[in-house]
Ligand binder design. Structure first.
Ligand code: NAD
Length: 435
């Protein structure tokens, strides 16, 4: 394989992992970010996000000069054969994706193009964005400089991002020219991963369709949880029984506080919005979203079932990140639950194994604690909001001795209701009232 010169624009969760992993595959990578502080940190050898395995990878390739960082896109474009656009695509107030960051990058790339380059959409974007990127490159670029636009959606999960990138289930490449396909095949050849080559629009749809389907599975489990509560069954057993069928599979069938993070909520919203735009009322996804909103309200309802009112009560919230093994707080159910407790006049003690620094910058009037037991001292209830291993392994007798009132709301069905009851807790678990 001939190593390629790669520019990755946007050095966030996706861009930085993509850059570091492409360097690991032997390519020369320049990561560009408009956030000066982020670039400074990276240049000094720091990694601004928590992602297992990433600091080691960045350190090795930074040292070998295969991975460099800059705030100036022109530095990266000078030599690039391939440019990845990996900037954020946050939700717009109308529910669609805000593509202004992608547009800004496409405009600048257009101005700087000087020889054949492959421009890759890595950010999650709605269908037809490839056309808009091409149009923008043509509008701002010099005449007669050839280029190709490619859609290469990213499926990595925060917390396992490096191994997801290095050992993917599939690499999807949406292309419109054999030349671009050859470049992308060469780029990914060392991965030896299953490659699906499609047209650009289909590749764009694959990403939104996949995330929306996973969100649908989670909401399906949560709808079942409500049913189980009403009839006295156990949703964990129901989903276990379903998941044993290989046509269904066990993953993403866990009832709990629902999905959060930077992807599922915005991608479901953007997919609904895009479908609306072409005259399709995507009712099934609207229901997915409604069920997810209700799942978040469940924790506070459960607290009130035991405590009646929350005014002047103190609640320990275990876990702040939207899922374990990440420090990402974007759209985390825990933040919603904390806001609801505070709105009802309650106080919050919070603890998360890695997201505390980011949480301090976001949350007001919360007591941040050193560990789960410190958070539980003298509280009226404990809410488990993120299923970190540390919480699953909690010493329940020690916990019981610390709390003022033994109420445990297990928002992730992470602990055994029987063990919690045996330790003396009043237990609320999602869809397990029969236990
Ligand atoms: P992020 O916010 O962590 O990173 C985006 C980065 O782009 C930021 O560092 C920002 O400063 C930078 N940026 C914005 N405008 C720029 C510009 N004009 N020039 C240079 N840098 C610029 O976002 P993320 O989580 O990495 O997500 C990026 C995209 O990937 C989104 O579309 C997201 O939906 C998608 N995605 C995310 C994940 C995930 O798990 N986070 C997984 C798959 C796909």
């Amino acid at each position: 394989m001939k190593p390629k010169n790669v520019a990755v624009i946007g050095a966030g969760y996706v861009g930085l992992v993509t850059g570091a992993c492409l360097a690991e595959l032997g390519h020369r990578v320049v990561c560009v970010d408009s956030d000066k502080k982020k670039v400074q940190t990276l240049r000094k050898g720091g990694v601004p996000i928590y992602e297992p395995g990433l600091p080691e990878l960045v350190a090795v390739h930074r040292k070998a000069r295969r991975l460099t960082f800059t705030g100036r896109i022109e530095d990266a474009l000078r030599t690039a054969d391939v440019v990845f656009i990996a900037v954020n695509t946050p939700p717009s107030p109308d529910g669609g994706a805000d593509l202004s960051y992608v547009e800004a990058v496409a405009r600048r790339v257009g101005q700087l193009l000087h020889r054949y380059t492959v421009i890759v959409e890595k950010s999650t974007v709605p269908v037809n964005t490839g056309d808009r990127v091409r149009q923008t490159l043509l509008l701002h670029g010099k005449k007669n400089v050839p280029f190709d636009v490619v859609s290469n959606p990213e499926f990595l999960r925060e917390g396992t991002a490096v191994s997801d990138f290095m050992k993917p289930d599939r690499v999807v490449i949406g292309v419109e020219s054999a030349r671009a396909e050859a470049v992308m095949r060469e780029l990914y050849a060392p991965l030896k991963a299953p490659l699906l080559v499609t047209d650009i629009k289909s590749a764009e749809l694959i990403k939104h369709a996949s995330n929306s389907f996973l969100a649908l599975k989670i909401s399906y489990a949560n709808a079942l949880a409500t049913l189980c509560d009403r009839v006295g069954a156990d949703v964990q057993l129901v989903t276990k029984g379903m998941g044993l069928d290989p046509r269904i599979g066990p993953s993403f069938l866990r009832a709990g506080l629902g999905y959060g993070g930077s992807c599922f909520p915005k991608d479901v919203a953007a997919f609904i919005h895009m479908a609306d735009g072409v005259g399709l009322d995507f009712k099934i996804l609207k229901a997915v979203r409604e069920i997810n909103d209700a799942a978040r309200a469940w924790a506070v309802d459960a607290l009130k079932k035991s405590l009646w009112t929350l005014r002047d009560k103190t609640i320990a919230v275990w876990g702040l990140a939207f899922k374990p093994d990440t420090d990402d707080l974007r759209n985390a159910p825990a933040l919603d639950i904390i806001a609801r407790i505070q709105a009802e006049g309650g106080r919050v003690n919070a603890y998360d194994p890695v997201a505390m620094t980011k949480a301090r910058a976001l949350l007001k009037d919360v007591r941040f604690c050193r560990n789960p037991y410190d958070a539980a001292r003298g509280v009226d209830a404990v809410v488990l909001a993120t299923e970190w291993k540390e919480f699953r392994d909690a010493d329940l007798a020690r916990l019981k001795a610390l709390v003022r009132t033994p109420v445990f709301v297990d928002g992730r069905n992470a602990l055994s209701p029987a063990a919690l009851s045996a330790a003396g807790f009043h237990v609320h678990a999602v869809g397990r009232s029969g236990r």
